[in-house]
Design a protein. Structure first.
Length: 344
């Protein structure tokens, strides 16, 4: 009977398959409101963006209406709409409102929008008659600038998030194990689809599996770092063209005792690959991730070449990015291979 496939810790697209439950300290998210807004989904962010402006316009529209009501501007506007007699005309001409042309809540709401977004149609304006109106004008301008800074900054950060650049960093669908320089190696291919480079790119790899300590402690997601090698040496890579990154399976490797016969029986084995670097055009640090389960590791295969020289320049054929070919490879563990070499 086929073994049940384990749940991924990291998906092929780099998303972490971890659900956070029973968080009792929800208030911590409100202490970092900006990051919380950036992390929200787009529909929620756009809803908050719209409501923050609409609510502030309505709030200050109510304030302007109250100021006009308290000063008698609404009564003056009502009397002005009638046909005044000769005795009332002089009194109406001498009346100075706090805000001109305010005669209802609708006009107060429109004036609130004009003040906060500085449209300035010119039909309504604050006069020197009411110091309270001048104070409200200052407060609304400051509040509007704060809302603009927070919400526009949030939208900018969401559109320029680092993981967007990671969408064009690709990994081979399968990893392979084959001989290289006489040693068994775990290999994968990584490439960048954009011409703008990833500066100071580094790559690292971890094995995530369920382990039990000598004391009987069960660790369901034990993360073990393993050494990666690449054609240019060290962890830093020059990702101008697709590279084959490999890990030499030696005595310090968690894959030391894995053979093709028992590879697919390691249903708890998952190898995570993490690529980090700085985006050349924006200077933002980005990270791309993927993972390989046991049934996504091909034993005795090698990646086909995809870089060729054409017309004085190098050409990359991405249609063959994940293609592999079979190569002669011992059907034994790296431990057994080293023991056989030592006997010989």
């Amino acid at each position: 009977r086929a073994r049940e496939r384990r749940a991924r810790f990291v998906g092929k697209n780099g998303a972490c398959n971890v659900a956070h439950k029973n968080i009792r300290e929800q208030g911590r998210f409100l202490q970092d409101v900006f990051t919380t807004l950036v992390d929200l989904k787009w529909p929620h962010t756009l809803l908050i963006f719209t409501m923050s402006f609409l609510c502030s316009w309505l709030l200050f529209g109510m304030v302007w209406w109250l100021i006009a009501f308290a000063h008698g501007d609404l009564d003056h506007s009502t009397r002005l709409q009638r046909s005044p007699g000769e005795g009332e005309a002089g009194d109406l001409d001498n009346f100075v409102p706090c805000v001109t042309s305010i005669h209802s809540f609708t006009s107060a709401f429109l004036f609130s929008i004009e003040v906060q977004v500085t449209i300035g149609f010119g039909g309504r304006m604050v006069t020197e008659e009411c110091p309270a109106a001048i104070l409200v004008l200052i407060v609304q301008n400051i509040v509007g600038l704060v809302i603009n800074a927070i919400m526009l900054g949030c939208i900018f950060m969401k559109t320029s998030q680092a993981h967007r650049r990671a969408e064009t960093l690709i990994f081979s669908k399968h990893a392979v194990i084959a001989l290289r320089e006489g040693k068994l190696c775990f290999m994968l291919r990584v490439g960048d689809l954009r011409k703008s480079m990833i500066i100071s790119a580094t790559i690292r790899m971890q094995v995530v599996k369920k382990t039990t300590s000598l004391e009987g402690e069960v660790m369901p997601l034990n993360q073990i770092d393993i050494q990666m090698e690449n054609p240019v040496g060290g962890n830093s890579i020059f990702l101008v063209s697709p590279l084959i990154i490999y890990h030499v399976i030696d005595k310090n490797s968690p894959l030391y005792d894995i053979s093709p016969l028992n590879l697919h029986h390691h249903e708890d084995l998952e190898i995570i690959v993490i690529l980090e670097g700085v985006v050349e055009t924006t200077g933002i640090t980005t990270q791309a991730r993927t993972s390989y389960l046991a049934d996504e590791i091909l034993w005795g295969q090698r990646f086909v070449p995809i870089v060729a020289e054409e017309d004085g320049r190098y050409s990359v054929d991405y249609s063959k990015f994940g293609n592999t070919v079979k190569v002669p490879t011992p059907s034994c563990t790296a431990r057994q291979l080293e023991e056989d070499k030592s006997i010989m």
